[in-house]
Design a protein around this ligand. Structure first.
Ligand code: NAD
Ligand code: TDX
Length: 339
């Protein structure tokens, strides 16, 4: 069996851990080295289904650590990279941007340089629809929409995308970029809209709605995103960008009311608060390129996937209570500092 040695970065976060668990449940030909810094958003609990597999290795470390990255490429004969690692929360980027530019831009550049030195055969940069900026009430983002990011987070992701594409144009590095819309599903850190609203509603706490609640996001179930990422990794053409989205636009207030009704809670928990500075009004993805050229289609119905998600948070209270109380972080700090 020919194997593919893949460096997956940020694989202890929401999308990366779902990706690794999904891929390793079906493929023996992929050897995955998961490099993750275990920031507040990284959690090894997420990777329980993959732990102990012969073709899975975890390394705690930072993608901005040049020496470590070089060592891992050499040690594991890395020929493929999938870069999920990022600081991913817009609100945090508004509070302080430095770590966003460090991890998202410099970290990606360091991975690209290593990929060039070791002549990797595919470099998949996991990006976001937020690089396109904000839409009015009509229109969709296509791959040809000009990049126009509005937050420190999205500008750092845009810079990373452009760096990746420049390595294709300049050095012929086989880079592909995916730009996906808002994800939801199990294992999402409870700072993002959907998990935050679910756990606040479960605890009868206030649900903070930014501004008028009418901002629109285009929602996709995390497994549909990961299937698309796998397809682009296998079949995407070097130098190309692929948008990923499931065409499920919702206003934030619609999502919040849906969560409340599914949990049998009253709308008195809704609490309108000051708007996010620079808050993008609407995101909506045209994913016809990946559908027509690679044959991808989202498989999960929004209603079913939202039910799965809400049920997962109801059934995994210990997971999110430990996150909120900082138990995991304390454990990782102690475990890794003692080595
Ligand atoms: P997340 O915040 O849940 O996870 C990020 C992971 O990266 C964590 O495990 C963290 O420990 C790790 N990490 C952070 N800095 C690192 C560093 N310097 N070195 C190594 N590891 C580091 O994020 P997510 O929601 O899973 O997003 C994953 C990727 O997908 C990101 O690149 C994000 O921009 C992109 N994306 C996210 C969404 C979404 O809706 N969540 C949508 C489109 C694209
Ligand atoms: O408490 C809240 N109240 C609220 O009204 C939070 C956390 C969010 N919101 C609003 C802001 C947005 O309009 O909900 C919407 C979604 O917010 P987030 O979950 O923070 O996501 P968003 O800002 O859209 O960015 C997300 O999608 C693209 C991810 O965080 C990014 O990593 C991804 O690239």
């Amino acid at each position: 069996m020919t194997t593919k040695n893949i460096l997956v970065t940020g694989g202890a976060g929401f999308i990366g851990s779902n990706f690794i668990n999904y891929i390793l449940s079906r493929r023996d030909d992929y050897v995955i080295v998961n490099l993750d810094k275990l920031t507040y958003a990284g959690n090894l609990e997420n990777l329980k289904p993959s732990e102990g597999k012969k073709n899975y290795h975890f390394v705690k470390g930072d993608i901005t650590n040049n020496e470590l990255v070089d060592y891992l490429f050499k040690k594991h004969s890395i020929k493929y990279v999938i870069n999920f690692a990022a600081e991913s929360h817009v609100d945090r980027s508004i509070l302080g941007s430095e770590i966003f530019y460090k991890t998202n831009v410099l970290g990606t550049a360091i991975l690209l340089e290593a990929a060039r030195r070791y002549e990797v055969e595919k470099f998949l940069q996991i990006s976001t629809d937020e690089v396109y900026g904000s839409l009015g009430s009509t229109g969709l983002f296509t791959e040809l929409t000009p990049i126009s990011p509005n937050s420190p987070y999205s500008s750092s992701k845009a810079a990373a995308d452009l760096a990746a594409l420049s390595f294709y144009h300049t050095y012929g590095l086989p880079v592909v970029v995916t730009r996906c819309s808002n994800n939801y599903g199990p294992l999402q850190f409870p700072e993002k809209l959907i998990p935050l609203m679910i756990i606040n509603a479960i605890g009868n706490k206030k649900l903070p709605v930014y501004g008028d609640g009418l901002n629109v996001r285009d929602w996709i179930y995390v497994i549909d995103h990961n299937k698309a990422a796998e397809l682009v990794f296998d079949k995407g053409l070097p130098g190309e960008v692929y948008n990923i989205g499931a065409s499920r636009e919702m206003t934030n207030i619609e999502i919040i009311k849906l969560i409340l009704s599914k949990l049998g809670k009253g709308e008195e928990l809704i609490h309108y608060v000051k708007d996010r500075p620079g808050h993008d009004r609407r995101y909506a993805i045209d994913s016809s390129k990946i559908r027509n050229q690679l044959g991808w289609l989202p498989e999960f119905k929004f209603e079913d996937a939202m039910n799965n998600t809400i049920n997962w948070y109801l059934a995994n209270r210990i997971w999110w209570e430990r996150i909120i109380s900082g138990v995991y972080q304390k454990y990782y700090n102690e475990q890794y500092n003692n080595r």
